[in-house]
Design a protein around this ligand. Structure first.
Ligand code: IVH
Length: 677
């Protein structure tokens, strides 16, 4: 058999070089949280490697990054026995119980003082990885703790899981950790599912569990799962503490939790618990508590375990945030695609730091199953589920006379078209092509901050313009400047506000192509998909002429997205709209790669507080265009925290960690004269 070393030519060398390079970037991204290249450049490296490997299939090795994309479908998951049983943790819910735990530990250690490590308790699915000869050979779920499912093919697709360990000293190891999903990824997948009338998942954990059970690894690869390691067992070195094991895991190339604390007293433990109870909503992923572990491995052994739970560790669980409110009314909301959804109108109630006055009720059946009546006192929740929801009715507080609610069979808009619920479908739909509410949502989406970001064209203006007949489609936005007289007749409009609107509309013509694609509101084309499309089909014409096969050959584009794009572009009305927008001067071609310079390469910026001369998003884009990374949370690796007005806990954290803090003005200067830093 040919090996890498006796193959003539440069290809074999380049293959090795590319693998090394990709591995380096995986590490920078997942372990060190400081990527130095854009996603686009990363994909180019991977593309080149795939291309070379397909020309030399004999050189493909199991640890090549190309092997992550997902193999053949799996029949059933084989059952495997864990080399060391996978224990679970006893849960506690109060400070007193944590103090009890500390007392028990001290008693069992007969006076010796424990040092504790506090870690975030990731809310995902436990996973045990086996490495042999440095290679990841098995990934298994917890199952009953003794035996779990072999889900190796699925876990291989997770980019954060190294296929080969980076530390030559460690060849054989069992690594345990949590497979989880970023909240943003979860929301995007759910939005797609909802629009497609597919099952919507309650929280990122359920979606992660469902994904790992998929029989098709290619589908798993598209779900962007993450991994964090929290336990190591290896005979190759002897270490004395859990924290040393965690440091070793990092050196082996595994991502570990960014927030941990070493605590010499239970008071310090309680401080960490309180800090993260407040701050957990700042994290880009979900946690359901904190894990407290005795650091010394010798002491861990001394403490042992009882009934499948170690006596050296405990989980402190945060309560799902709940509050009571009164259901004042149930209204209907019409989405861009015509889905009609019931919405709970509540007395404004403070819940986990924000005031909630509306919550989704999903669909007609959800309201019926809860037996909701107008006037009821209800429980609202915001926990792992991210979006506030009405989870229960407090029956004891039901007033003597209440009104039962029935799903109206007409659209809530003034045209009141009949709505319908297709057989076997949970949703009602409005098919009225001229439904002003759908138009309103379409326009709101188009003008919104993350789409075309049109200053002056907010909800209220859109509503007025639709009512006055000035807006009947997206294209009309770019004709508004010819309708000045009509606009000035409307309430609230004066020459100054009109000028602001016209400037906003003109400025939007400079938005990049990917934003235009997102703004069009094509079903399933969210911000992420729009970016991917713009990268692979760099102009609208390239996209219009793309075949189904060309679309689905892009890794993240599945059948339903492709179908939606094709049918959108096949509609005459949509093609006319695109031409009108092109004529108006909107960008229909992508013009530049993500990074335009590298002066911020390797730097991470965190923006906090209110900015006055730019939006946070604009600031983040400026960083990305210079090859830097914008992040939502502060760590030791953060290069700069830019603090706007009323900056809060992130600023405090930066000061605590000694991270450099810039004012908005200083950041501006850095952007305009990069050499001054
Ligand atoms: S340690 C024997 N650390 O919580 C110790 N678990 O029952 C095993 N989890 O099954 C767990 N984050 O799935 C540990 N930093 C962390 C964790 C963590 C999440 C999960 C894990 C475990 C469950 C506790």
């Amino acid at each position: 058999m040919k090996s890498l070393f006796d193959l003539p030519g440069d290809d074999a060398e380049r293959i090795l070089e590319l693998r090394r390079e990709i591995l380096r970037h995986d590490r920078l991204y997942y372990v060190e949280a400081r990527p130095v290249i854009s996603d686009r450049e990363y994909d180019q490296l991977l593309d080149e490697l795939m291309h070379l490997e397909s020309a030399h299939p004999e050189l493909v090795t199991p640890d090549s990054p190309t092997q992550r994309v997902g193999g053949e479908p799996i029949g059933t998951f084989e059952t495997v026995t864990h080399s060391v049983p996978m224990l679970s943790l006893a849960n506690t819910y109060s400070r007193e119980e944590v103090e009890d735990f500390d007392r028990r530990v001290r008693q069992a250690l007969e006076g010796a003082s424990p040092r504790y490590v506090c870690e975030l308790k990731y809310d995902g699915v436990a996973m045990s990885l086996t490495y042999r000869n440095g290679l990841m050979v098995q990934a298994a779920t917890r199952g009953d703790g003794e035996k779990g499912d072999n889900v190796t093919a699925n876990v291989r697709t997770i980019r954060a899981v190294p296929l080969r360990l980076e530390l030559p000293d460690i060849q054989t190891a069992t690594v345990r950790g949590e497979v989880y999903m970023l909240t943003e990824t979860f929301l995007e997948i759910n939005r797609l599912a909802e629009a497609n009338d597919e099952k919507v998942f309650a929280n990122p954990r359920n979606l992660t569990a469902g994904t790992l059970k998929q029989k098709n690894p290619k589908a798993v690869a598209k779900r962007r799962l993450e991994f964090v390691a929290y336990w190591l067992d290896t005979q190759d070195v002897t270490l004395e503490s859990h924290s040393a094991n965690i440091d070793l895991l990092k050196k082996m190339g595994l991502p570990t939790s960014p927030a941990t604390a070493m605590c010499d007293s239970v008071e310090q433990v309680l401080e960490f618990l309180a800090e993260w109870d407040e701050r957990r909503f700042e994290l880009p992923f979900q946690i359901d508590g904190v894990v407290i572990k005795v650091d010394s491995l010798r002491q861990q052994q001394e403490l042992g375990s009882v009934a499948r739970s170690p006596r050296w560790a405990i989980a402190y669980k945060y309560e799902a945030k709940k509050a009571q409110s009164v259901l004042r009314d149930i209204t209907l909301q019409v989405g861009r695609t015509g889905v009609v959804t019931p919405v709970a109108e509540l007395t404004p109630t403070l819940l986990a730091g924000s005031t909630i006055s509306r919550a989704t009720l999903h669909n007609e059946d959800y309201v019926r199953d809860l037996d909701l009546c107008i006037g009821d006192t209800v429980v609202i929740e915001k926990g792992g589920d991210v979006i506030p929801k009405v989870s229960a009715v407090v029956r004891e507080l039901r007033p003597p006379t209440v009104e039962r609610w029935h799903m109206p069979h007409v659209c809530p808009c003034p045209r009141q078209a009949h709505i319908h619920r297709p057989e076997g479908n949970a949703q009602w739909f409005c098919n009225d092509a001229r439904c002003p509410w759908q138009l309103r949502r379409t326009l709101e989406h188009f003008a919104s901050r993350d789409a075309m970001d049109i200053d002056g064209l907010g909800q209220k203006a859109i509503e007025q313009f639709i009512e006055a007949g000035l807006l009947t489609s997206i294209a009309d936005i770019y004709r508004l400047s010819e309708r000045s007289d009509a606009i000035l007749m409307l309430e609230r409009w004066a020459p100054k506000s009109l000028q602001r609107l016209i400037d906003g509309i003109n400025a939007s013509k400079q938005q990049p192509f990917e934003r235009v694609l997102f703004a069009l509101g094509i079903r399933f084309v969210g911000e992420g998909v729009a970016k991917i499309l713009a990268k692979n089909f760099p102009s609208i014409d390239a996209l219009i002429s793309a075949t189904r096969e060309q679309l689905t050959s892009v890794n993240e584009i599945g059948d339903s997205i492709a179908e939606s794009i094709l049918s959108y572009l096949a509609e005459d009305d949509n093609r006319t709209l695109i031409e009108a927008l092109r004529l108006a001067g909107l960008r229909m071609e992508s013009d530049q790669p993500l990074a335009t310079s590298n002066e911020f390469a390797g730097m991470t910026f965190v923006f906090t507080g209110e900015m006055t001369t730019m939006t946070r998003r604009e600031a983040e884009e400026m960083v990305e265009q210079r090859g830097g990374k914008a992040s939502g949370s502060v760590s030791k690796k953060t290069s700069y925290v830019v603090a706007g007005q009323a900056a809060g806990s992130k600023l405090a954290k930066a000061q605590e960690l000694g991270v450099s803090v810039l004012t908005e003005e200083e950041f501006r200067r850095m952007i305009t004269s990069p050499d001054s830093n």
